[in-house]
Design a protein around this ligand. Structure first.
Ligand code: SAH
Length: 397
């Protein structure tokens, strides 16, 4: 059976020549054939020259995502096995292959598998299927992941909102092997974390903050810390193990804070060294400020405030508000550690917002570290949109 052919408008092949993986609906001149969603199509330029093989995704703005730019490369078992092996080899190169640890094993476009996200928790894998192409090949991907990694179990957490944009319904459950225990325990830099991979946010744990945790550990000794948007308290565990005096975790999610308490206990942190507050961060920052409370480190790791260009201003304002409130809560010599995981927020804009917040708070600060997503969430040179997480460590006078 021959592949359907997707012909692009003149000039619209340029991004593909630079190896970018996305084809927008507006670039398509003509589709010959009748591919089902996720089926592989051949992409050609306006004069019919081969450009790529891609997965057809009619319900998405990105109507096709490239699997391969090589005319001789078929999208078959051998193809997926090669990509999976390469992704694993890269994490080994990073030193993120502790069998009892965890990491992001496959990160979509960065690993040239658009729409496939796989996190490893010890011997268990959590898979997210985020594109029609991955959905189409899901069975063979699961089989090859199992064969290549020797995983004890593979669990699916395809319950995220972006699936809807691909016309895919949510789906969770066991795909292969044994049911993972609840919680799964992983270790990282001498700490242990309990993760609920069935119900936790994302796949259960924020591997993207691994390098940031190392930096927090470096500066934590002797400090009192406010860990806002704490989720399950990974920054708190890190800071306390590194000698922080006391940490207050604040999160609106009670289950996340219950898990945080469990994590702190499991790492033998004395109960008088932490407090877990189920509350709204905006309100808590204001309340603490009104009460004259002060800290030596304030960590702000909020959810994505900017989901689309339409809310860029509004979202930026929210980042600035919490940074201002955070600065106001610092003792002299204190550190603000603030993050944005919105891809639409550039590092330049984030720095400017932080600078404006410092002016509003009446403090002078210098940047002592710039942070970004850990390298198991690499950014492909060809698809820079994969860069999303940025942070600053600012020390005030
Ligand atoms: N710092 C965490 C990850 C934070 S994810 C880590 O390193 O693991 C963002 C968290 O913010 C989620 O746990 C979510 O429950 C919480 N959250 C979102 N909006 C909030 C709000 N207005 N007040 C308090 N917590 C909030």
């Amino acid at each position: 059976m021959s592949e359907s052919v997707l012909k692009l408008h003149p000039g619209r092949e340029k991004s593909l020549r630079r190896r970018h993986a996305w084809i927008f609906s507006g670039a398509v001149a003509e589709l010959s054939g009748n591919p089902v969603p996720g089926e592989t199509v051949t992409v050609v330029d306006s004069s019919g020259r081969f450009l790529a093989r891609a997965a057809w995704s009619p319900d998405s703005q990105l109507v096709a995502r490239v699997w391969s730019f090589d005319e001789n490369e078929a999208v078959d078992d051998a193809f997926f096995a090669r990509k999976i092996r390469r992704a694993i080899e890269f994490r080994r190169f990073l030193g993120y292959d502790d069998p009892e640890g965890g990491c992001r094993l496959i990160f979509s476009e960065a690993d040239e598998l658009p729409g496939l996200v796989v996190d490893r928790y010890g011997e268990f894998l959590v898979m997210q299927v985020l594109s029609a192409g991955v959905e189409f090949h899901r069975d063979r991907i699961v089989r090859l992941l199992a064969e290549t990694t020797g995983a004890g179990g593979i669990f699916e957490r395809s319950d995220v909102g972006i699936r809807a944009r691909e016309g895919l319904a949510g789906r969770t459950g066991l795909l292969y092997g044994e049911q993972p225990p609840n919680p799964v325990i992983i270790r990282e830099n001498g700490a242990r974390y309990a993760v609920d991979i069935r119900h936790g946010q994302k796949s259960g744990f924020y591997f993207d903050q691994r390098l940031s945790r190392e930096v927090v550990a470096q500066f934590a000794a002797g400090r009192s810390v406010l860990n806002a948007f704490s989720y399950t308290g990974a920054f708190a565990v890190t800071a306390l193990l590194a000698g922080a005096e006391h940490v207050i975790n604040v999160d609106s999610s009670a289950p996340a804070l219950r898990q945080a308490a469990h994590n702190l206990e499991m790492n033998h942190i004395a109960p008088d060294r932490f407090e877990n507050l189920t509350a709204d961060v905006f309100e808590t920052l204001r309340k603490f400020s009104a009460e004259g409370r002060r800290f030596d480190m304030v960590i702000l790791d909020p959810p994505k405030f900017i989901e689309s260009k339409r809310v860029l201003m509004q979202g930026s304002r929210a980042y600035q508000d919490i940074a201002r409130l955070g600065f106001r809560l610092l003792n002299p010599g204190g550190l603000l550690v603030n993050f944005s995981c919105s891809g639409l927020m550039t590092p330049e804009l984030f720095q400017k917002i932080t600078a404006d917040a410092a002016v509003e708070a009446g403090v002078h600060g210098v940047i002592c570290r710039r942070l970004e997503q850990s390298p198991d969430h690499p950014v492909s040179l060809a698809v820079p949109e994969g860069f999303y997480l940025k942070g600053l460590v600012t020390r005030i006078d």
